[in-house]
Write a protein that binds this ligand. Structure first.
Ligand code: DLL
Length: 429
């Protein structure tokens, strides 16, 4: 099934004509309202009316996460605050998050695109959706929620955590669609198994999983354990949230990007040169319908390639391959984006610790775990065990409060951490 037959199956030529028209309107608007874009255009020696074709897009400078951070919190908003009805935020490379805003029209478009996504992922009006994405500043929970309501499905806003209760709900309410991060889905499967519940006796048909990278092997494991069809959904707060792209359940082979709202490019992350279909590089997005927070040539740092070939589902929108990695050091722990430098700033707020630490990312069962090893002074290290445990707990609490991520903290003696770099990461899986 296709939610929006007209736009999702539009012939390429008509789609590109719409893209160009919407792009030109967006460029005029950001030029008039956002100083960052106006200055960028001036530096490049262009004005919006110089952009006469989609190909001309390459004349416009890129926007980076750093640029968004520099305008913290609302400097990139293209509308007055009294028309902003929602604010979300995602991690930045240092202490400050990236803040994004939505007008009520933006929320409406997002809901439409999430309704499209849910249908592409196998949902329809009569479904009950168990939505285990976190509700809050993270866009996952509310993004899926509004899309489900727009579709007319029944959404259970269960959010993340309290897994045992989630298992009871899965059994009693008989939801047919599961939306969660793939790692949390597997955790749910395990907890259900422990409670003696078999997915063969549950009602799930489709799972719509994203917010973190996951492999084909993981898809197979989820499908086998949970007795459902699993599809990949992609998005990022800066561009909208979930629903920028999704696999169709018919092909499960690449994620359709909703190109009537976003223009996607792949670039060489070093030279910035545009790459062609099938070539792997960094994904760059330009939003062409957003009001409050339009982004122009935003560098996502996600690595993928584009496939414009027709798809068996009938959608004409180009497909991106599953994201295979990032160009930066961002970690995604249980769906939460964490930069090592953010952990560092939490550690550096405490005078008892030394500026040497190591992050160890592991997977226990199916859940990501993060262990932070931190050096303390020799003097501290010889202190009573109780004091050390108190300090470990305090650091762990600060990390949890700051990121919402549970981390184990282990204090180690001076020089216990190799000095190749100030910080380094260990992936144990
Ligand atoms: O993760 C939005 C989202 C919510 C997507 C729910 C899907 C489902 P952010 O917190 O801003 O937004 O994180 C965005 O997460 O740049 C990718 O690196 C990563 N990411 C998101 N979806 C996928 C995916 C949400 N399907 C960042 N596969 C992005 C791989 C993903 N990585």
């Amino acid at each position: 099934m296709i939610y929006d037959m007209e736009y999702e199956t539009m012939p390429r030529e008509a789609l590109e004509a719409i893209q160009l028209r919407r792009l030109q309107v967006t460029l005029e608007r950001v030029y008039a309202t956002v100083p960052f874009y106006r200055e960028g255009f001036k530096k490049a020696g262009i004005v919006p009316s110089d952009i006469k074709s989609l190909d001309d897009l390459r004349r416009i400078p890129f926007t980076t996460k750093q640029n968004l951070r520099d305008s913290y919190p609302f400097g990139m908003f293209a509308v007055p605050m009294d028309t902003v009805v929602r604010i979300h935020a995602s991690s930045g490379t240092t202490g400050k998050p990236t803040v994004v805003g939505y007008t009520s029209r933006d929320i409406n478009v997002w809901s439409e695109l999430m309704a499209r996504s849910l249908v592409a992922g196998g949902a329809s009006r009569g479904d009950i959706i168990h939505n285990a994405y976190g509700y809050g500043l993270f866009t996952g929970g509310l993004g899926v929620h509004y899309g489900a309501e727009k579709l007319g499905a029944s959404v259970i806003p269960v959010s993340g955590g309290n897994t045992k209760r989630q298992v009871v709900i899965m059994k009693d309410f008989a939801p047919s669609i599961l939306t969660a991060t793939p790692s949390y889905a597997l955790h749910l499967a395990e907890v259900a198994e422990e409670a003696g519940i078999s997915f063969k006796n549950l009602n799930f048909r489709y799972g719509i999983f994203g917010a973190e990278p996951w492999s084909e092997e993981m898809r197979e494991e989820i499908e086998r354990k949970m007795n459902l069809t699993a599809v990949d959904i992609y998005g990022l707060s800066e561009v909208m949230g979930p629903g920028v792209a999704i696999e169709c359940h018919e092909a499960k082979n690449g994620l359709h990007i909703f190109e009537d709202h976003f223009i996607a490019e792949i670039i060489d992350p070093l030279s910035g040169e545009k790459l062609g279909p099938g070539e792997t590089g960094e994904l760059v997005f330009t939003s062409i319908t957003k009001e409050a927070f339009p982004v122009i040539r935003y560098r996502t740092r996600d690595i993928t390639s584009l496939n414009p070939e027709p798809c068996i589902c009938g959608r004409t929108h180009t497909r991106m391959k599953k994201v295979s990695g990032r160009t930066d050091d961002m970690l995604i722990i249980r769906g939460v984006n964490v930069f090592p430098s953010q952990i560092e700033s939490v550690l550096m707020e405490m005078d008892q610790v030394e500026p040497h630490y190591q992050l160890v990312v592991d997977r226990e069962g199916n859940l990501d775990t993060l262990t932070v090893k931190v050096e303390i002074s020799r003097h501290m290290f010889s202190d009573e065990v109780k004091h050390l445990q108190d300090l470990e707990r305090k650091i762990s609490k600060n990390i949890k409060e700051y990121f919402g991520v549970s981390a184990r903290v282990k204090l180690v003696e001076p020089k216990a951490i190799a000095r190749a770099t100030a910080c380094f990461l260990f992936f144990l899986f």
